[in-house]
Ligand binder design. Structure first.
Ligand SMILES: Cc1ncc(COP(=O)(O)O)c(C=O)c1O
Length: 415
């Protein structure tokens, strides 16, 4: 079976994909704003409520069982990120809240004269928290620019900004707006050589490629389960020695051990368990495809297949859009460079606003996002504000037939 057929079969596991509009199946291209969930995630969350809905740390059956599921979920999170230690995985409301909280703790260690580096390619959740934290500490912020022609980071500028005063570099693995993938391992290596820490935003990377905190060589990394087929939940990883050393803003009775000291208040246990189920859904793809043994190996097999399938769809879509009059693709648009980008394609129309395009597509049952998707700096730099762009976000459950419908709908808006 080829990969397109293999992944088409997986659509049956996602009940939401059956949705119809005017008799036509809906086309979900809104994945970068949140993916749909497979039935196993829905089942795990409802099973949690039925079997062991209890608070953490009790001595009775449901609490003990709940804690066992939570511990297993930390292990699943560690396997997803290739972290050696499950207690270095924290869960929280979303990536933004976790980053706000970590940035406040880190800012306690900064002083005037220290420097923090952020980029214009990033989502505001990996930009604004660091600006606010730096301002509180009186530290200086350096902002790395983006090459407008292909929306890649100005890596020379990033390197030039690094010096002995640099405390932290906050950088994304991939742009949620134009899909650019950053050379994250290389960046982390430069930052480490300068004696600074790296915080990596892997939210947009997570549904598409295998995250590997050890290979990246970062110090912190965050992602969100609702972008990789799970419930609304944030995940954060940090190096054990730093997480133990830093002083989080926390309540007195809350645990001082990992991971408790970084997990503020009572958690959404059902979402944590649902996140483990989402990870195991990805594992099941790897199991079907290969002869690997561990959860991590299955994940790597799964993501390698996902990457190949999505790259084919993205290449075809870019090629087809390039032939349409009136439509511009932002970012890397050379099909030969598809490995440098995610299958997340932002476009603008020369005669219609992003809102008008999104409305027309919605009428055809095609769900896309419009605006700046919180990648505010980039949208401003590209001159796309205030309307922004239209984002066509492919994930592994999308098909070439869906993209043909998209192209036909876009063609009807051109000329
Ligand atoms: C690249 C990126 N980073 C961060 C975020 C924020 O994530 P959350 O909604 O979990 O706070 C998003 C959400 O769209 C994103 O796409």
């Amino acid at each position: 079976m080829n990969l397109a057929d293999f992944f088409a079969k997986h659509r049956d596991q996602f009940p939401a994909l059956q949705r119809r509009r005017n008799g036509m199946q809906s086309v979900f291209l809104d994945g970068p704003a949140g993916t749909q969930v497979p039935q196993c995630v829905i089942n795990a969350m409802s099973e949690y409520f039925v079997r062991c809905n209890a608070n953490h740390g009790g001595l009775f059956d449901t609490s003990v069982e709940s804690d066992r599921w939570l511990d297993e979920s930390h292990q699943a999170g560690a396997d997803l990120l290739n972290a050696a230690d499950p207690t270095t995985i924290s869960f929280g409301q979303n990536m933004t809240s976790l980053t706000m909280s970590l940035s406040r703790a880190l800012a306690r260690t900064w002083k005037p004269g220290d420097e923090v580096i952020v980029t214009r390619l990033d989502h505001d959740a990996n930009f604004r928290p660091w600006i606010l934290a730096a301002n509180d500490a009186g530290a200086t912020v350096r902002i790395v620019d983006v090459h407008v022609d292909d929306c890649t980071l100005d890596l020379e500028q990033l390197k030039n900004y690094l010096n002995e005063r640099t405390k932290l570099v906050a950088v994304g693995c991939a742009s949620n707006s134009v899909g650019t993938i950053n050379p994250i391992a290389e960046i982390c290596q430069w930052v480490r050589s300068a004696g600074a820490l790296t915080f990596v935003d892997a939210v947009h990377y997570a549904p598409h490629r295998a995250i590997d905190v050890q290979a990246f060589g970062c110090d912190f990394l965050a992602c969100s389960a609702y972008k990789f087929f799970g419930p609304h939940l944030g995940i954060q990883w940090g190096r054990r020695e730093i997480l133990e050393d830093l002083l989080p803003y926390k309540l007195r009775p809350a645990s001082d051990d990992l991971p408790g000291r970084w997990m503020t208040g009572t958690q959404s246990h059902e979402s944590i368990v649902g996140t483990m189920a989402a990870i195991d859904y990805l594992v099941s793809i790897g199991k079907e495809l290969g002869a690997s043994h561990s959860r991590r190996e299955h994940l790597e097999t799964a993501f390698s297949a996902i990457e190949r399938h999505e790259s084919t769809l993205a290449t075809d879509l870019i090629q087809a859009i390039s032939e349409l009059p009136d439509i511009r693709i932002w970012g890397i648009s050379d099909p030969a460079r598809v490995a440098e980008r995610m299958p997340t394609i932002s476009i603008t129309h020369s005669k219609l606003t992003a809102t008008e395009v999104a409305i027309q597509l919605a009428k055809s049952g095609i769900f896309v996002w419009h605006g700046n998707y919180y990648a505010v700096e980039l949208s401003e730099l590209l001159g796309c504000e205030p309307e922004g762009m239209v984002r066509l976000g492919i994930v592994h459950y999308n098909t070439s037939i869906e993209l043909e419908r998209l192209i036909a709908a876009l063609r009807s808006l051109s000329g």
